[in-house]
Write a new protein. Structure first.
Length: 369
């Protein structure tokens, strides 16, 4: 039996082993372990890659979201529009500033926030819109940004799953007032530990995130804001510089795998992800929909194929948000009941992808008349 793992981080580390060893060695030898030259160079290189003027490295994706919101002046009493179907961090970042996340349903086709529903969620307290590029496909940014401009709102996009993806030919990372990134190991660009960043063209936002990530201080031992300690590690920055150079190659492998799935699964009972015309997804996840998820997932598992669910519970059904008040989120509820993520990552070869396809095709209940 071919065993197909969902993602194999060890294999990916092995692939770049000598380059990573060299980068780690460079930091060990430098004696500079916090906010040294590696962080500075990674910030320059990542800003150039996404096409933004500034990049500020921080300790995680959650912190990138939180600090960008604070740099935009968002705090208690404010509201921020978020998708109803996203990873919990998007909502937690808003809550941690003291503001309230106000959820908007996704489009069923793209899983991304439904632009047509944003306007009715905007109130006099709304300060920002926070779209998420879920599973690696950019949200429909142009209408979101123009609505925000009309209503005097900021736009922060959560690009934790979208390193390298494009919207109308432009890379995610400079499409909004600021963009938040995570370098959690399993992301398309992942460190060997935690990490995050904010990219922006706005010098004021970049400057404030820089101050907030380092005790709110611009000059050592002089604090001007109640900041935090949320710096990108020097060691992780050195690792990320190595991996950034391979990002496009690894994303191209993901795109090839996705194309193979799209072809191979076209005539099966699973519903395939829809690629929006204006977008180039980086396929962080390959997510199908099925009304028999437990059956299909069990069948795949019994045949050595590891799948995951992103996500089993939406944010509004998590403990901190149960008390609402929320409208019904029928689209999100349906998606959460149907989504299943198939193995996806640069570690997969064609034979493994074909094995997943053949195994899906052999699922019995679909073969009965
Ligand atoms: C991973 C992720 C985050 C959080 O990133 P961390 O680095 O784990 O804090 C935020 N939003 C989305 C959509 C994510 O996938």
């Amino acid at each position: 039996m071919t065993v197909v793992s969902f993602l194999n981080l060890k294999a990916l580390t092995e692939e770049l082993r000598s380059e990573l060893d060299e980068a780690v060695g460079r930091v060990l030898d430098s004696g500079l372990y916090i906010l040294g030259p590696e962080v500075e160079k990674f910030e320059e290189e990542f800003a150039a890659y996404v096409g933004a003027r500034y990049c500020v490295g921080v300790a995680s994706g959650l912190d990138a979201l939180h600090l960008a919101l604070r740099a935009m002046g968002i705090g208690p009493g404010d509201e921020v529009v978020v998708p109803s179907n996203t990873y919990i961090a998007t909502w937690l970042a808003v809550s941690s500033t003291g503001a309230t996340p106000v959820a908007v349903e996704p489009r069923e086709t793209t899983f991304n926030i439904d632009v047509d529903r944003i306007e009715s969620a905007v109130t006099t307290r709304t300060k920002a819109v926070l779209p998420v590029h879920l599973y690696g496909q950019p949200a429909d940014m142009d209408p979101i940004v123009s609505l925000a401009r009309e209503r005097g709102l900021k736009v922060l996009d959560d690009a934790a799953q979208a390193h390298g993806s494009k919207y109308r030919g432009r890379r995610v990372g400079s499409l909004a007032d600021a963009t938040a990134w995570s370098f959690y190991p399993s992301k398309n660009l992942g460190a060997l530990g935690d990490g995050g960043a904010v990219t922006t063209d706005d010098s004021g936002i970049a400057d404030m995130v820089r101050v907030l990530r380092n005790y709110g201080s611009r000059h050592k031992y002089h604090t001007e804001r109640p900041g935090v300690n949320s710096r990108l590690d020097e060691l992780q920055a050195a690792i990320l510089r190595v991996k950034l150079a391979h990002l496009d190659t690894w994303n191209a492998r993901r795109a090839r795998i996705a194309a193979r799935y799209q072809d191979g699964l076209a005539s099966t009972a699973v519903r395939l992800p829809v690629a929006a015309q204006e977008c180039e997804s980086v396929w962080h996840l390959y997510v199908v929909r099925t009304d028999d998820r437990p059956g299909l997932q069990g069948h795949l598992e019994a045949n050595g194929i590891q799948t995951l669910i992103h996500y089993p519970l939406p944010p509004y059904r998590q403990q901190p948000y149960l008390s609402g008040p929320h409208p019904d989120f029928l689209v999100s509820d349906r998606l959460h009941a149907e989504v299943l993520s198939l193995p996806m990552g640069p570690h997969l070869d064609d034979q493994q992808v074909d094995c997943v396809i053949e195994t899906v095709k052999k699922y019995k209940p679909w073969k009965q008349p």
